[in-house]
Every structure is written in C-alpha cells, then in structure tokens.
Design a protein around this ligand. Structure first.
Ligand SMILES: Cc1cc2nc3c(=O)[nH]c(=O)nc-3n(C[C@H](O)[C@H](O)[C@H](O)COP(=O)(O)OP(=O)(O)OC[C@H]3O[C@@H](n4cnc5c(N)ncnc54)[C@H](O)[C@@H]3O)c2cc1C
Length: 421
C-alpha cells in the first residue's frame, strides 16, 4: 500500500494490534500495522521443540475461555482447542503437598480473596500484602502465587486493581500454540515488520510517524505497545502526553518467564500434573508436568525470583528448577531433565516485562491510558483493560474497542481547521 494511502496506523502487532487492524480492515479502513519485531504476536510467541510440540513462551492459556474471543477465532480458523482442566485446578502431587495441606492452602486462598473483596470497597487503595494473615504458614505460597498472577509480590500490587480482574473458571489451550493463533490471524494484514516506531508528531493536520524504515503519514493511530515502552518514552510524542506517561508508569509489567524442559520417563506422572517444590518461600517456580501429555515440564517463574534469574542468564533457570525438583523427587531426577527453551521477557527490548499490574493507588490509570487523544490517537493493549488486563483476550478486546473508536471518529463531522495558519 503506498504510504500516502494509509488512513490509520496501528503500532504494535501483538494481540491488541492484530485485533485492531483486523477490525479496521473488515470495515474497509486502509490501515497499516507497524511492528518492531520481525514477527507478529508480541508477548504471544510459540516455538517448537525437536518433536514439533508447540511451546508458548508467552501466553498459553485461553483464560475465561467461555467468553474469550480468541477461542472463537481458533475455532473459525481451524485450530485445535484442548479443554483439559488447568493444573492449578488439580490437586498437586502428594509428594509435594499432602491432601490435608492442600485443603488448608485452598482455605488460605479463599480467605485471601474474601478479604480482598471487602477491602476493595474501601478507600484508600492499599498494597495487596495488607490482606495477608500475620504469621500464616501459607503466606510464602500466596506470595509465590502473586508473582505468577501479577508478576510481582503482593506489596507492590494494588488491591483494588487485583479485585477488578474478572475471570470465569474456564481455561483452555490451543494445541498449535496461542502465539501461532494470533500471528496466523494477523498474517494477511498489511504490515511492516522489523520496524520500530520512535516518534509520533500529532501537531500537524496529519500524523507523522517516525519509524526505522522512514516517516509515515496517517489520519489516526492506534498505539498498542506495552506500558513499559510508553513509560520509558521509547516513542516520543509531539506535543508530549504527560498523562499517558504517568498512567503507564503506574501500570508496570511484572516479571514472569517460562522454562520448558524435556523429561525422560514422563509416563510415570499423570497428564497435566502439578507440583509444588517449596511451600516455605515466595521464590519458587510452579511446575506443570506433561502438558498435553507431552514429555515436557513447563516451569513458571515470577516476581523477584524471575528478575534475579534473568540477571544471571538463561542457564540459571534450569539450574534453579533442577535444584528445586531434586529436593522433592530425589537426586536421580536431575538426569532425566534437559533444558529446551526459556525466554527472558524482562530484558526483551520490545516487552520489558510480562504483563501489567497496577501499583497501589493507580488502579484508575488503566482508564486514563485507554482514553483517546483528540479523536486521532487511540490506545489499546492489555494494560488498557479494566477487567481483563494481563491477558491476550484483554489485548484483543481493547484493540477492537480502539478500532471501533477510530471508526466512530471517522464518521463524525470533523471541525473545520483553519489551514492558513
Ligand atoms: C510468560 C508469560 C505468560 C503469559 N501467560 C498468559 C496466559 O496464559 N494467558 C493470557 O491470556 N495471557 C498471558 N500472558 C500475557 C499476554 O501474553 C499478554 O497480555 C498479551 O499478549 C499482550 O498483548 P498486547 O497486544 O497488549 O501487547 P504485546 O503482545 O506486547 O504487543 C505489543 C507489540 O508492540 C510491539 N512494539 C513495542 N515497541 C514498539 C515500537 N517502538 N514500535 C513498534 N512496535 C513496538 C511489540 O514488539 C509487540 O509486538 C503471558 C505473558 C507472559 C510473558
């Protein structure tokens, strides 16, 4: 498409950007997706092991699957949905947590969420750590859960924001990979890849968007880059948008990383087994054994633990996981494991973290971030979602909402500008 024909530029080709560009294209709006990476999908990224199994380094679960638009997309384009209940609904392996302890831990979780619901009705906002019961033996594990859910320990997380998260108990997976689903959905959209945007000038009649491959003019833009990119001003706005930078700074991305390992003799374990390695510290990984029945372990690291391992290098994740697993399953277990793949999202140049949480007192910044500017700059991405933040379907829904906003603005009579000035 000649550059002069572009009506709307969509910046960022993850879940939100792909959904936005698809909605605009379906409405015959001439749009162009501009993506910094050499692939679509963003934090949705599927790679394959030597046996061809699809491993999701980013999002893997269709959370709230019964109302998740990606589930409908998967069905429509012929992907395979696996409805095996997720490991966190299973009882963990008895070797790692006894039945009685598991029951006690579940009660601790229920108590935490009951206190959360009550506390969220009150002002002011507070760190979610204020909801922990003093001296409960389950606090380290609740902290570990927080690092998987929010990417950060409870003291850094707004309790009001945590309470705003809305999900149904239905969680499915895409056998071909969530990342592949999203990139396939976007594959036919007009796009420029490997093309980071560095500046958006919205002072003139048309937007001027500076990219690594030159400047592009457009009427409107949908900006879907992660909140970290906006907060760090990796895209310069002229005139500046201090409210957006302040809002994005209150919605950082936490740390979460997955390590995939191959497992010899995997049949010893039930399919989709769950294992706790430690219950006495927050710095512990969550282990999902035999996802889809494959001879693989998916280890999930969050919060400060993930950040520290990222700083040490990729090999540190495997060393950490082996040490933890050996502690529960015996020293011979180490010989059965081999690392396959890990990705460090915190040092990923175009993500700089995993998914957004609100710091205490900033839960309302999601709405500020999502607010359009002058009917010309629209914002989307998981951090803009009030209730589905941190997810790929939250990204989708904000992308479509921004595209609808663009379409509505294009149909409104425009103010006559005095172009002689
Ligand atoms: C380890 C991990 C596990 C997860 N698990 C789940 C899960 O099970 N279920 C779930 O729903 N979600 C999960 N998520 C979260 C989910 O992946 C994200 O919420 C979602 O993919 C975000 O989509 P987005 O479009 O908002 O942002 P992104 O996917 O980050 O898309 C933004 C795009 O902008 C691009 N970009 C950045 N800077 C520029 C620039 N200057 N110019 C142009 N382009 C730029 C990026 O490359 C990226 O492609 C997980 C994430 C991680 C990291």
């Amino acid at each position: 498409m000649p550059e002069s024909d572009v009506e709307v530029v969509v910046i960022g080709g993850g879940a939100a950007g792909v959904a936005a560009a698809k909605r605009l294209t379906d409405a015959s709006v001439r749009c162009l997706l501009i993506e910094a990476r050499s692939r679509l999908g963003g934090r949705a990224w599927t790679v394959h092991d030597a046996d061809g199994h699809a491993l999701d380094l980013g999002c893997g679960w269709l959370h709230s699957a019964d109302r998740n638009p990606w589930a409908g997309v998967a069905q429509k384009i012929g992907f395979t949905i696996d409805q095996t209940p997720p490991p966190w609904t299973n009882r963990p392996l008895e070797t790692s947590l006894s039945r009685a302890d598991h029951r006690a831990f579940r009660q601790a979780i229920d108590g935490f969420y009951e206190r959360l619901e009550e506390a969220a009705k009150r002002n002011p906002d507070a760190p979610a750590s204020t909801l922990l019961e003093p001296r409960s033996r389950w606090n380290p594990l609740l902290e570990a859960m927080s690092t998987y859910i929010s990417g950060a320990e409870l003291e850094r997380v707004s309790l009001k924001d945590l309470d705003n998260y809305d999900n149904t108990p239905v969680n499915w997976r895409v056998v071909e990979g969530y990342g592949t689903l999203i990139s396939t959905y976007g594959a036919k959209l007009p796009a420029m890849l490997a093309c980071p945007v560095s500046a958006i000038d919205h002072s003139g009649r048309r937007l001027k968007i500076t990219t690594r491959q030159g400047a592009i003019a457009a009427d409107q833009a949908i900006i879907t880059v992660p909140s970290t990119i906006l907060a760090a001003e990796r895209i310069r706005f002229t005139p500046t948008l201090p409210d957006k930078i302040e809002a994005a700074s209150g919605l950082p991305l936490g740390h979460d990383d997955k390590l995939f390992m191959s497992l010899d003799g995997a049949e010893e374990f039930p399919i989709s087994a769950r294992l706790f390695a430690r219950t006495d510290r927050a710095a512990t990984a969550g282990y999902h054994i035999r996802p889809f029945g494959w001879p693989v372990i998916e280890a999930y690291f969050g919060g400060a633990c993930a950040a520290e391992l990222e700083a040490q290098g990729e090999a540190a994740f495997f060393d950490f996981a082996v040490a933890e697993l050996v502690g529960v399953l015996g020293s011979d277990f180490a010989r059965r494991l081999k690392p396959i793949r890990v990705h460090r999202w915190g040092i990923d140049e175009f993500a700089r973290g995993a998914y957004s949480y609100a710091v205490p007192g900033r839960a309302d910044r999601r709405a500020v971030l999502a607010q359009p500017v002058d009917d010309r700059l629209f914002f989307a991405g998981e951090a803009c979602s009030l209730h589905d933040f941190s997810t790929a379907h939250g990204g989708y829904l904000t992308g479509v909402a921004a595209a609808e906003g663009v379409i509505a603005a294009r149909n409104r009579p425009r103010p006559i500008r005095n172009i002689s000035r």
